[in-house]
Design a protein around this ligand. Structure first.
Ligand code: F6P
Length: 359
């Protein structure tokens, strides 16, 4: 009988998920494995027999360049195991029991979980409960530990750089300050790399608390040099010294970040007299076609996940290290988030080209 493996995408979507799915399917078929896709993340494990679709190289042809995920995903439901960057909660035993029944009924010999920090925490719980799980690291935020890269990040950075290219011309024409809010609740990778690539003048990230007077000084210094427009990139989780991150409640009782750009813009206007505008990129950063880098990385990650299953290396996550695709125990990826070091070469390079971090 053919070996049968499953694959699911979970947490927030991001460009490159379909590249991973396609990579899994092709690598699996080469080993003569069957592949079942579970719909809507871990939730697809719960209905009797699973909520599934058969995946093969015919029905996954052409999906690599598509954003989103053909399997669907959710960052809510019965398997949420992490709230924010810390607080781990246990998946309920009755939920695990239903999922186990599905895995047994379908005689699955491996399950590829494609997700971020919270999803890997759930994957680890499933592994400890005896599920044959392997992980693939996904996040536009690039904040997962134990891997130098997650797929999806490069596409988000490309989106930010493209937006800045467009915003520079209008900011310059009107001699305005433009404050662009990007994703990144805990980590400033998108703001740092997107801002760097898009020629931002000021970058504000969660890891470097900023002072409004320093931000205003940077704008005024540019003005004196004859640069009458300024581009500010602010991560949604950035905060001024002595303040808290901006959170807003949603209809589901959760807290989401957002709104910092408007405050930064008002403070700059009040302190410099400059006309300011804001632009919140939001979910544009999660949509659209993956970059070539994310297509290649996603495919390589998918292939590696199948290899891990073939080797019986369950409880491991694919990891990118020194340009090679390797693996690490999932536990190494979930104990904390990977943040930007204020002393890193990228931050130093930013300062070297005149970027202010508002500190
Ligand atoms: O974790 C990825 C992320 O894109 C964050 O940067 C952002 O705050 C969050 O997801 C938004 O999630 P949602 O899709 O629930 O609005």
């Amino acid at each position: 009988m053919k070996k049968r493996i499953g694959v699911l995408t979970t947490g927030g979507d991001c460009p490159g998920l379909n590249a991973v799915i396609r990579g899994v399917v092709r690598a699996a078929e080469n080993l003569n494995f069957e592949v079942i896709g579970f719909k809507d993340g871990f939730e697809g494990l719960l209905p009797v027999g699973g909520d599934t679709m058969e995946l093969n190289s015919t029905n996954t042809a052409g999906i690599m360049a598509l954003g989103g995920t053909i399997l669907g995903t959710t960052n809510k439901g019965n398997f949420i195991s992490k709230v924010g960057a810390g607080d781990v909660t246990q998946v309920k035993p009755e939920v695990l029991a239903r999922a186990r029944q599905t895995v047994n009924d379908l005689e699955m010999q491996g399950l590829v979980v494609i997700g971020g920090d919270g999803s890997m925490t759930t994957a680890q719980q499933l592994f400890e409960a005896g599920f044959p799980v392997v992980g693939v690291p996904k996040s536009i935020d690039n904040d997962l530990e134990a891997t130098a890269r997650t797929f999806g990040f490069d596409s988000a950075v490309a989106c930010v750089a493209d937006a800045l290219d467009r915003l520079h011309t209008t900011a310059k024409s009107h001699r305005r300050v433009l404050v662009v809010e990007v994703m990144g609740r805990h980590a400033g990778w998108i703001a740092l790399h997107g801002g760097f690539a898009g020629g931002a003048d000021i970058i504000l990230i969660p890891e470097i608390p900023f002072r409004y007077e320093k931000v205003a000084e940077a704008v005024i210094a540019r003005e004196k040099e004859g640069c009458h427009s300024t581009m500010v990139v602010v991560a949604e989780g950035a905060k001024a010294v002595g303040t808290e991150k901006l959170m807003r409640a949603t209809e589901h009782g959760e807290f989401k970040m957002g709104g910092i750009a408007e405050i930064v813009a008002c403070e700059i206007a009040a302190r410099t007299g400059k006309e300011t505008r804001t632009c919140v990129l939001g979910h544009l950063q999660r949509g659209g076609a993956p970059t070539t880098l994310d297509r290649i990385l996603g495919t390589r990650f998918g292939i590696k996940a199948v290899e891990l299953i073939a080797e019986g290396k369950f409880g491991h996550m694919v990891s990118y290290q020194n340009y090679c695709v390797k693996d690490v125990p999932i536990t190494e990826a979930v104990h904390r988030l990977r943040l930007v070091s204020p002393d890193s070469e990228m931050v130093h390079s930013g300062r070297a080209v005149g970027i202010s971090f508002g500190d």
